[in-house]
Design a protein. Sequence first.
Length: 98
Amino acid sequence: MDAGSIAAKAMLYPPSVTRIVKELLQRELIAKTANPGDGRKLSISVTEAGQALVQETGVHTKRLLDQYEAAYGSDRLARFVEEARQLAIALEPFQPVE
């Protein structure tokens, strides 16, 4: 993805994405390459180290979600997640503009 697409999907301002990308590049969790479709743009991809971090974090997140489900109830949590998804869709028109 390019930085503009990341900003739109994450509902972040482009300057925030620039700062985050810089830090993730320094930590070697992402890589930048020339965009094959448009040489003026850069594509950002996750490195093997970044993928490993995502996998590691995923295990921890799964444990937390299991605890939330046990505490709140699976049906209630599923309804909550669906409502949150619908809220995100409803807020799409309010995404930051560049």
